[in-house]
Design a protein around this ligand. Sequence first.
Ligand code: GN1
Ligand code: MG
Length: 364
Amino acid sequence: MDLNQKMEEVCRLFRIYDEYLGYETIQMGNVNRTYKVNFRLADGKPKSFLVQNVNTYAFRNPVALMDNIDKVTEHIRSKKPGQMALHFHHTQDRKTYVIDGDNFWRMTNYIPSVTYNAVKDPVILHNAGIAFGEFQTDLADFDITELAETIPDFHNTRKRYEKFIASVKENRAGRAAEVQEEIAFLLSVQDQACTLTDLYRQGKLPLRVTHNDTKINNVLFHPVDNSALVVIDLDTVMPGLMGHDFGDAIRFAANFVEEDCPEAEKAGVDMEVFQGFAEGFLSRTAKTMTDMEIQTLAMSCFVLTAELATRFLADYLDGDLYFKTSYPQHNLVRSRCQIALARDMLRKMPQMEEMVRKCIAMYR
Ligand code: GN1
Ligand code: MG
């Protein structure tokens, strides 16, 4: 069956019976496949939905994942009645998914909005910071034990390093010789990269409900006034650390270039972007943060960047099994870009720390 027919069939299973017009593939994320599916209503008006094919290589237990998302979206909805929210459609037998063979489908409302991969506007960054900050505070009273770990040890940096080192040793795709410099750098910063994991293990950082994939393109903005409408991509909502969400957001948004820029030497931290996002995020979270969370917040940016560099490089060494790639060197290019950014973060650590202190003073 071709994808066009399949898309219609999946939508019917989610009880959409309007006139099917077709689908478009949406470039979103590096793991799942996303489609915008278009219908015509009885009154002639167009209506769209988002259909996703969840990557079950990355998410081994997609049913538990959907259960997490259901609980979390309901909790947020109860805090913000009347506000725009993500809503997952149900099948006849009340399931939020359709399984067919190896495919795992789900469907949400389509929210007309804009997203940004690269943005310098301080207002937009501030709004993104507020959105992710509020995401954490909205879930502060959510019972962590209700959540399944959709990807175990997702931000356990020690475990990520173990996997990376195993991939280097195994050298499955025969690519290790060409990336010796990158391997050496990542190994040389291992202890710094594991700062959050080690402090957590020592009981010095609290576990919270975190989003864990806080790229700015996971915030939908209002097309006219750029206010943040809703935080999307809840696949990795799990117990985690405050620094995971802050650090990953800065890693993505504050880089001068996109995450997979082939000119790695251009990567680095844009301190104005850092400031815009940090002010928004801390305006919501500063009051509830522990001293250790504050002290390690700037460092968390380096942690998340180095961690992702090891993940991209490990996948390159494995032969590109996990991340979707557009060309053979894609994972290597991504890893090099993250390494260049991580190096710049070490250079700018005192400035980043100073900025965090200023925001804390402002919002505490
Ligand atoms: C993946 O698929 P996407 O873009 O939401 C990955 C994140 C990485 C990100 C890098 C489940 O996210 O951890 O930071 O790529 N998600 C998963 O772009 O592995
Ligand atoms: Mg994601």
